[in-house]
Design a binder for this molecule. Sequence first.
Ligand SMILES: *Cc1c(COP(=O)(O)O)cnc(C)c1O
Length: 748
Amino acid sequence: MNTKAQSQHNYGGLDLFRIFAALMVIAIHTSPLASFHDSADFFLTRILARIAVPFFFMVTGHFILSDLFFPKNPSASQSGRIFSLKTRAGKYLCRLCLLYGFSVLLYVPLGLYAGHYNNLTFSSLLRMLLFDGTFYHLWYFPACILGILLVILFSRFLSLKGVTVVSALLYLIGLLGDSYYGIAAKIPVLKTCYDAMFHIFSYTRNGLFFAPLFLVLGAWAGNTAISSVNTNLDYRLSIRRLPSALCLVLSFCIMTTEAFTLRHFGLQRHDSMYLSLVPVMFFLYRCLLSVHAASKKVLRTTAAWIYILHPAVIVVIRGVAKLLHLSALLINNSLIHYFTVSLLSTIVGLVTAYFISRFSNNYSKGKKLLPKATGIFPGTERAWIELNLNALEHNVRFLQSRLPNGCRLMPAVKANAYGHDAVIISKTLNRLGIRDFCVACVSEGIQLRKAGIKGQILILGYTHPSQFFLLQRYRLTQTVVDYEYAEKLHRSGLKLHVHIAVDTGMHRLGICFRSPDLIASVYQMNHLSVDGIFTHLSACDCSNPECKSFTESQLSAFYRVTDYLKQNGYPCRGLHLLSSYGILNYPEAAEDFVRPGIALYGVLSSKGDPMAASLQPVLSLKARIASVRTLQPGENAGYSMGYTAESETRIAVITIGYADGIPRELSSGGGNVLIHGMSVPIIGRICMDQMLVNVSAVPDVKQNDIAVIIGTSGSREIKAEDITMQCNTITNEILSRLGARLTTVVKK
Ligand SMILES: *Cc1c(COP(=O)(O)O)cnc(C)c1O
């Protein structure tokens, strides 16, 4: 029972705990302390060991169900079929059903022997298969299957929060049929209901009332994880271990008290479900997630087989003990009995896991297992972006130092933070105290919210009216792109936050500065909260007199509007005008916010800008060398005979191409990359996935070496600005086009 997502991460903490949980289940079924102390055994098997099964539900929810709640397209979950076997959850369900079927068959002989099938009717068979299990531990499978199906069903209609609420309600119903049954039994209506239910199943500890909540709790953990997939910014680093551990201890103490109290008053019909089991599991899972150790598939498979096989082991040990006249030792001493069963079950589980992995390896001969990790940093196998977050902090502090007090940075993190990974960048900025962000569109805003970004997120562009509800749901601030649009926003009836864009001459978005009365009337639309007003200076990057006077006219047009608003008593707050070049060239117009984009990433749009010296580039772009080969004079390389060797030439193939965002214009146009601290020319045409360089001048270049496309190597550096020269564009375009196929790693 494992998935791809698990093997990519280091979830060793969870994997190890599976074994512990499986041994706890054996404890429930053997009562190790029964022959010593009644209450001690109650504590061990009815309280402590009760975390085992919810834990298994949680890992399932974590790895199997969390992507249900994280659709790429926010409206995608609404459409489509209820369920498909092709999804991760579908495949998992199939495997679970197979395993269940296998286990049922495996226990048929024991069931016959134990008389489970005496007086078998169709309805009692159904009850066993769907709820109670055909052998005492097998209830887990139908519970898990039913729970997963329910959560999938709920997820089609409800958000993760909604599903959590529904599952919690089901859990409460379950509680009253389990350890709180004594209360339900005193209320005649409830008693009738529950007694009717118990005709259908023997316990409320099943897929209907017990499994969904823990599956959903697990899905929450995975939901946070997915937002950091493809990055090595581990969301688990944000778990603070000590508080989680303290909360775990505290909630476990409460659970112990709860259980003994219920026992004291004789309220328990069964003892699987407690109120405080929920916080216990939540904090336990957080603690386990914060353990960083390599995932071990063998532990996962072994734990599953310990679970499935231990009842058989118990029977075998009893039989053998009788035969050898060792009952007094092996059976009557409950502790020795427990250890014998645990030891043997673990051995049997390990052996089974071993044979299954052998079998599945033979079975999938074509798909050779990955070799052992080679010690390279995960994510740097092919082509990757390396982020230097210290440089980001430096740039933030530098820009802040140039701004007057009271002016806040509202960084532009649109276009995936100019290719830098919007989530990593925004989280870092949040940590540096920045609480305001600009994005281009609603999906970018949602991505940040789902990653837990706090503060104001302004959408600079147009949002289609069909998505207005998302603005409210994710607390996103919308730009008023013109007057009619303001009316549409208002008429939606939603309570929305907006900033008004003023068109001061760029003629892109905004209400024209010549109509200050229209702008003022937006302030009167009582569904809209106008938190800001801004304009965009479209020529602030160029210093010729014409541009300068145009910019001056934009500035005065904007201030004419704000003066009008102030004179007419409108609250004119949240003013902003400046992007990166505005901060550089017109710092006097820094108002409440500024919107730096490119400068924050330590780059300026083109080469030779003075401020560039004070900024540090955040991004490096690197790739591996796939192969090194030698051309004889006259041989050519790459598409369309793009390069011909004049003399014997050594070339290297680099694992990055235009599909990764390398501009094709760099081909044979004077583009270089750095290898071993030396600059080498790009030759031939850049391919979709690869490019060629001439490495004749570099000794010892070999497969797997690193080529630096942007960044430093030895004492040399290639800046994003250098590349723009050859491609006749600006760095903003080069960076924001970096492809989705690149991984992003954070330089430590
Ligand atoms: C993209 C953008 C910015 C940031 O621009 P930079 O030149 O990268 O600093 C600021 N304001 C608006 C309206 C933008 O669209």
